[in-house]
Structure formats: C-alpha cells, structure tokens
Design a protein around this ligand. Sequence first.
Ligand SMILES: *Cc1c(COP(=O)(O)O)cnc(C)c1O
Length: 468
Amino acid sequence: MRYISTRGQAPALTFTEALLAGLAEDGGLYVPQTYPQLDRTAIAAFAGKPYAEVAEAVIAPFVGEAIPRAELRAMLAQAYAPFRHAAVAPLAQLGDNLFLMELFHGPTLAFKDVAMQLLGRLTNAALAARGLRATVVGATSGDTGAAAIEAFRGLDRVDVFILYPHGRVSNVQRRQMTTVPDANIHTIALEGSFDDAQSILKGLFRNAGFRKDVGLTGVNSINWARVVAQVVYYFTSAVALGAPHRNVSFTVPTGNFGDILAGYVAKQMGLPIERLVIATNENDILARTLETGRYEVRGVKPTQSPSMDIQVSSNFERLLFDASGRDAARVSAMMAALDQSRGFSIDERALQAIRADFDAFAVSEPQTREEIAETYRQDEYILDPHSAVGVHAARRALERRPATPMIVAGTAHPAKFPDAIKAATGVTPALPPHLAHIAAAPERFEILPNDPVAIEKFIRAKARAAQA
Ligand SMILES: *Cc1c(COP(=O)(O)O)cnc(C)c1O
C-alpha cells in the first residue's frame, strides 16, 4: 500500500513513511492510493470479536508490508488494554434507533485516546526500526496535549514537549498533563495565550536547523495513522447493530474532520453506511459549506465544546480530493484560494458527490445546553457538551430517516467539562476512580517566558535526539 499527496507534488510513501512525515512536503495530506475492500462475509465475521482483533483486520491492509503482522497485533493489544471498558467503544441507547458510541473510556477521557494510543506505539516502532529518535512538540488548549502525553509516556525513542497557556487550562486538564512522572515527558506552562503557544510551535516547525537537530515531529490530526485507527470503531459499532445485513448512519461532533472522515473511509471499504452527519457547534463552517458550496473562514467563537472551536477543518481536504475525482491540481487551487482569500468555492459535481454521503447540522449554544438537560431528565444520562452537539444533530437527522439506526460518536466524558454540565443539569459529574489520583499526585512542569528563543533552548537541552 502506498500513500499519495492530495496536492500531487510529493513522493508516494509507505505507511510508516507517511506516519513519520505527517504533512506531505507539498503541503498536502497523504491518502491511500486505493481503499482496501472488506466484503460482506468479512464484515459479518466481526460480530462478537474483541476490539483489537477487528482493529487488526481493518488496519492491516492499510499498513501493507510496512510492519510485520505479529508486531502490529502486539501494538494493538497494548494500545487498547488501558481502556476502562472491555468493548473499548461500547454503545448506549438513548432513544428509538438512537445510540451513543462511548469513545471516552481511554486514559484521558476523550476519543483522541483511541487513535493516539496506537500512534505512539507505531511511531516508536518506526523510529526503532530506523535507529532514530524523534521529538514531539505540541501546543494544547487542553485535550490533545493530555492524550499525546499518555500515548508517548515511557517510550524510549521519543521525547515529548507540550506547551499550554499558563493558568488558562482547567485544573483537571493541567493535572492530567503535569502528574505524569515519565522522564521523556516535558510539560511547559507558557507565560502567554494558546495563540502564543501555537505561534511558537509554528516557528519551531519552520526552523529547518532545529527540525533536523531534534528530529521534530507533530501529532496533529492530519496524520493518516490517526485517521486509520478511527476507522475501526465504525465497523465494530455498525456490526453490533446488524451490519452488514442492515444499514446504519452516523452523526459525528466535528472540528478538524478527522473523526467523520474515518467514517467515510469505512464506507469506501464496504461498510453499508447510509448517511454521515456532520454536527458542528456555532463554528459552523462545514454546515455552511454543504449548504452553499462555498467554504468560507470566519472568526472562531468560543463555545462549551472547545475541541470543535476551529476555523479550518484540515482533514476536509482529503474528502475534497476524492469528491474532485482525485484531481490534485483542483485541490491545490482550492487550497491556494483558502490561503489567499480565506475561502474557496466547490464546483457543482464535487458538491453533489459530498452531499451524496454527508448531511450537516449546526447546533447553537442554547440547543447544546438544552440537549444536556433534556437527555439527563429523560434518560439520566449525562452527555458532555461535544456529544450533546452530536445528539442534537442526530435527532434532527432521524426525523428525516427514522428507520435507520443512528450512532452518535460520544467524544468526551462529561467529567472533563464540569462547569457546562453543572450549568445545564445542576449536578457535577465525578471523575472516574482511575483518575482520582491526579488530584493529589505531585505536579511537574516548567514555567517559561513567551519567548521562542527560550523555548527552543529548553527543548534542545532536554531532547535526547539533539544529543546524539
Ligand atoms: C477533537 C475532538 C472533536 C472533533 O474531532 P475532529 O476529528 O477534529 O473532527 C470532538 N470532540 C472532542 C471531545 C474532541 O476532543
């Protein structure tokens, strides 16, 4: 299996090469040359199988020869062992034909663990095979940093540096990052905002000397390996509800379009998915795009579902590539227009192709609060604000097609967002017992000035790749 860039000007790579590269050198995203196919018999055989076993069957064709099968199997077993539910992604029923897929049973209580736990192990193995070390640097407003730290802690080939805005993340979020004792984890409290942290990060990635000296790598959601890991739970949940003998639909709370793209990939592989419903909060760029055919960036509004507060949905480029008949020149032109004028138009044929698979609904802040309150009143089930955006959109989609089971991606545990839950329901959700220890564990972090030079110096001094 080979991977090609959506912009057509970068070399084709193997799975592990694409994994280590992240972004293609022409600025595009890597996609598989073709989608592996699973026939009905293969899909039906997933029924009742352990999650890691289904994961192996779904992921192996994407990996191809790049990793020996037994090694992949071992990594999958390790990646999903820390999940607190044996099914990894169990379903809860919220209504007639309405199900929530709980993706938050991983170590940091958000769905990013599902992909990140595998990404850490894949990256470490790829580096070990090449005799290399790497340095992960990330900026976080909360969730991604914790998931990356949990996934890479203790790995011998990788040092991790996570920058977060000092004093501007919640206590739970900070403690999830700072109570990890492993020596390869470095948490930096930046004396600045999240935007400052991101701008320092971008500067480090542009600094060719630094990039080479420390073996700089990212963990953001455009990495193809993260998308592939997310394809698995579309299969397990659909099969649990009767696929491939029955169609199902999915609704996904969407930010960077990584999660729902994985659903699209599952459909390309042969899973009978009827509709893929994009749920956005008030940052509704994707809902507007499906409606009008014009992708237009506006300012970001802070909401109760911060992990979906985005301006640009990076992974949407992969869908545009397919919808445009895999014409890299057309994708490059759209992306150039996005850079220059913060928007582009999708031609009629591509728009029809997208609408053939996807619907989109934007959910307001009051609707999100009301959904949390109403679901709690009716089912005594506490939705986190991101999942609530999904459930609200799913109810609207179900009105159109009530006969097909709808599965909503439940992307975070409510205990991560206690203030929003308290405001909607009057109750404060408790942290699960396995996280209770972070309240008292010693914290370890470095407070550094909002100064790119100081950050670079700190990372160079600590990164093992720089000492080699
Ligand atoms: C990242 C995230 C999302 C959005 O997922 P994308 O893949 O970026 O679309 C939704 N909910 C939560 C809790 C997240 O952390």
